[in-house]
Design a protein around this ligand. Structure first.
Ligand code: VAH
Length: 316
């Protein structure tokens, strides 16, 4: 079996679906701290309530299901963690440590844990940011992700735990809504375009950020977990890239379908977070070690997003 912690989140929902298609729905246990809004999580396969800070409950579930893999996705994202820093640190850090300890205790074969481009900070080289470079994150989320990477490396070295990780860029998909990130504008903007409304963007129009379409992120995660262990040279977290764009560019891409679509710009506190992150990522080590190759660029993503967000009749 496979245990997905944080199954109701933007990535968790899609990854659970993907894993259920891969391994059979009954073999993938979806777990989250509250009941799912998305009915399919409970209808497609098993669902368990789990607060990852409740160590006893976590150990009981791992003992009951004896998962071969645990995907630990529960966390506060960048904007949310800045508003609640102490809980952000507690959930992101203690949650990860509880999962790593449970995995060692019950000899779980593999653990997956997502990191983020948020581990880089304002003095990191921002273009083609290297795998190994200056890391001085200045957001609570970034601090917790950098510390988490180093804990993963330590558990691998100390206990031989096969824990693997990817530094995701902003993720964009049509099946789930984002949850409190700085890159959420890139999902919201498509929903506004489809609804025939204008969009007020919370980042400046020339804010370049590394981004990735969800199908690419899911493929990267599965490919990483299926790669033979001796190919995995990075046990902190792999840089992972696909494309970079600004709000102005995604707007132009959408206007290829909706010429009258309008966007206004009202930067808020998330602008400072975005300004501390890389503009583009050098993911050549992921390419070398386990053959990473993104499939989607901005226009291909836009075409697919709008096709799937389009109400049924218009799709004829
Ligand atoms: C966030 N979507 O904005 C997440 C991600 C790189 C961005 O880590 O916090």
């Amino acid at each position: 079996t496979v245990l997905v912690i944080g199954a109701c989140g933007q990535l968790g929902f899609e990854l659970t679906h993907e894993l259920r298609q891969l391994y059979g729905p009954a073999n993938v246990i979806a777990a989250d701290v509250r009941p799912p809004k998305q009915a399919e999580l409970q209808q497609e396969g098993p669902f368990e309530l789990l607060d990852v800070l409740d160590r006893d409950r976590l150990y009981a579930l791992v003992q009951q299901y004896r998962p071969k893999q645990i995907y630990h996705l529960a966390a506060l994202l960048s904007a949310t963690a800045e508003k609640d820093p102490k809980f952000g640190w507690k959930l992101n850090m203690d949650g990860l440590l509880n999962v790593l300890d449970a995995a060692v205790e019950y000899k779980v074969a593999q653990v997956y844990w997502p990191s983020s481009i948020a581990v880089f900070g304002p003095d990191t080289p921002r273009d083609h940011t290297p795998q190994l470079t200056i890391m001085n994150p200045n957001t609570v989320y970034g601090i917790s992700k950098l510390a988490g990477e180093q804990w993963c490396e330590w558990y691998h070295k100390k206990y031989g735990l096969d824990v693997r990780s990817l530094r995701y860029p902003g993720l964009i998909g049509y099946k789930s809504l984002p949850g409190g990130g700085t890159t959420d504008y890139a999902v919201d903007i498509y929903h506004k375009a489809i609804a025939g409304q204008s969009y007020e963007c919370f980042l400046k129009e020339d804010t370049y950020l590394p981004m990735m379409y969800m199908p690419d992120a899911l493929k990267a995660t599965i490919d990483l977990m299926h790669a033979p262990a001796d190919q995995i040279k990075v046990r902190s977290s792999y840089n992972l890239g696909a494309m970079s764009f600004s709000p102005a560019e995604i707007t132009a891409s959408i206007q290829r379908h909706f010429p009258d679509f309008e966007v206004t710009y009202r930067p808020d506190s998330r602008q400072q977070i975005a300004d501390s992150w890389p503009k583009s990522i050098d993911d050549s080590q992921a390419e070398r070690d386990w053959g990473w190759q993104p499939q989607y660029n901005l226009d291909k993503m836009t075409d697919d997003m709008l096709l799937h967000l389009q109400p049924e009749p218009a799709r004829a």
